[in-house]
Ligand binder design. Sequence first.
Ligand code: ATP
Ligand code: MG
Ligand code: MG
Length: 301
Amino acid sequence: MKIAILSRKSSLYSTRRLREAAMERGHEVQIVDYLRCFMDITSKRPRVMLAGEEIKDVEAIVPRIGATYTFYGLSVVRQFEMMGVFSANTSQGISRSRDKLRAMQLLARAGVGMPVTGFLHSTKDVDGVIDTVGGAPLVIKLLEGTQGIGVVLAETRKAAQSVIEAFRGLDANILLQEYIAESAGADIRAFVVGDEVVAAMKRQAQPGEFRSNLHRGGYATVAELSDEERETAILAAQTMGLSVAGVDLLRSSRGPMVIEVNSSPGLEGIEQTTGIDVAGHIVSFIEENVSRGAARDTIHF
Ligand SMILES: Nc1ncnc2c1ncn2[C@@H]1O[C@H](COP(=O)(O)OP(=O)(O)OP(=O)(O)O)[C@@H](O)[C@H]1O
Ligand SMILES: [Mg+2]
Ligand SMILES: [Mg+2]
């Protein structure tokens, strides 16, 4: 079949690996820079054009939408969905996971374990929300943050108050979260494809740092997951409506706690750490779904 990978650059590790895995299985692959797509939204015959040429005969897409281009990227994914093309992740799932607050609200409703989390508008409510999350130490997160930037550990109530006031003074939206001290600077990345965890790694922060992001100097090792961790990761992905998801968990004394669900999880760290062909799992998942005509099911908004 013909598979389109929606990605800005064919040289990115994840894009390269997905293309490789699809070609190994005999598929034709087109890398589509979604920012160069324009859409023909005419009634009954929706089309996507790439640099002026109509994209034809694509049976499945793998969206790899960068955080900066969520709005436009999602509209391209939606257009393919309208054309009846199967998407490895639906536009709705991607959209839910991109808004951290909405994601946490959905996960909470589904009963997925997560750190106690608060959200506020007015700085008049700082004390109330600090109490809600159990007082200091607590974690403050910029809603728009990525790669660990904008995640702050406030050790005291005073520190928390000043950081919250500073962020709110800049009109930034922030989440407040109970600090899970027992995770000791580590988190788990569970890579979900379909209804299973196909690979998992543990990321450990550098000494003196609580953020385990690889971009912040964290290092990764293979993780063995408990059944509970596995089930939590799968439930989190399903709750978001994602078939391909990087679910980040903290190991707490109250069980696994989800801190985020990524809809375009990178393949480099997870494949290199675990040696698992994650790209191959994604392509197999697409094959199974396209052959049973699943594209029809993907269209709800
Ligand atoms: N509530 C918490 N308790 C303890 N450690 C936390 C907590 N929240 C986050 N951390 C640590 O900080 C790191 C960064 O937090 P988080 O993943 O929420 O933000 P981010 O990485 O900036 O977001 P994104 O992954 O979307 O770029 C986590 O990987 C984890 O190691
Ligand atoms: Mg993270
Ligand atoms: Mg993320």
